[in-house]
Design a protein around this ligand. Sequence first.
Ligand code: GLN
Length: 458
Amino acid sequence: LDESNRAAGKAGLNAFLHINAEEALEVAAAVDKDRAAGETLPELAGVPIALKDLIVTKGQPTTAASKILEGWMSPYDGTVTQKVRAARMPILGKTNLDEFAMGSSTEHSAFGVTRNPWALDRIPGGSGGGSAVAVAAFQAPLALGTDTGGSIRQPAAVTGSVGVKPTYGGISRYGVIAMASSLDQVGPCTRTVLDAALLHEVVGGHDPKDSTSLNEPVGPLVEQARAGAAEGGLKGLRIGVIKELSGEGFQAGVLSRFQESLDLLEQAGAEIVEVSLPSVKEAIGAYYLIMSSEVSSNLAKYDGVRFGLRELPKEGPMTIERVMAASRAAGFGTEAKRRIILGTYALSAGYYDAYYGSAQKVRTLIQRDYAKAFETCDVLVSPTAPTTAFKLGEKNESADPMAMYLGDIATVPTNLAGVPSISLPAGLADEDGLPVGIQFTAPAHEDARLYRVGAGLE
Ligand code: GLN
């Protein structure tokens, strides 16, 4: 679809940065052959998948949608890549994202925007717009994304698909380019909740190569999705509506679809109560400080020497510092530079306590708010994002970056708390006919509950 659009001079969806057709066809043919021979195969064998271009892959480029990594080929596979291969799933290619996963619109990619299939002049969400669009536009049945502050869930919400951010440590980050390591998680992007559960079981579980990986088995996610979808599957479930994330600042059409979903849950036998998490109001501030601080440290390795692009100074002495500066100036986009500068400042001596230290304290308060809410509720719920897909260009790095950041209000708190969350479709908003997402959050290690309630509502 994208290639024929491009050939015709029309804007494509631009969901993929790299298409891996030949290898994918080979894997599919080998699966067909073994299936015909009567071999027992893994459950998702032969089901194609797209990978966000932040996940490293041997034999295919990995760019993080940044010029600084253009031309770089990873010498190894990430753990999730290995698991997908072991499950014999053909890898269709690598999907577009905001540079180094920084953004909520995929407009910060160095390789062009991705468009929302529901309205081509609208953002597909971000940072994982490519993975969500590949799935929503039926270019791939399954995809993997990463979520540091909502990059799987918000694209799912605005494209009418399903996205899951697991419990921190639930899916290995080995071989996933780091944005903010204490927040980053890999997760499924799919069209149904059951598909997400199936994929989560393939890629999840303990990995000794990731020191933050949880030492516990993944699941039983598929079983819980099936139980939730069965008659009476939601009976007795106590669902807390997060007061701070379901009123002021949210689009009317988002709130009416949200309310309808709550009514459906109630009819299915769930009990709906209201809960307050007062500290989530401070989540954006804490997130943008902690995330930027970690970004400034993680992105220090792109020095023009070890990976990808090397730019030489146009004049003057050819010192290592000057090669580094020239490479970073040419290789990073505006948003990446903004965050590196913000993070470096927040971590500098004299400001560390005032900024990074305070943000960490807020993070603790948010974690406590969630823990307290889970004393009385099985899961929490809110809309995934305050608005439906906004117009391309409306809030990008040159128009209004603060407005873009504020749109992350409902998704960043769960990354700060390390708890798992799912976004699934809740219908179309009356005012613009665009998809609305509803988000459920469970206590850490209880990802299975998300699949139960998600499949029950679906
Ligand atoms: N939109 C958020 C940001 O810009 C989240 C990004 C992400 O989850 N990778 O930082």
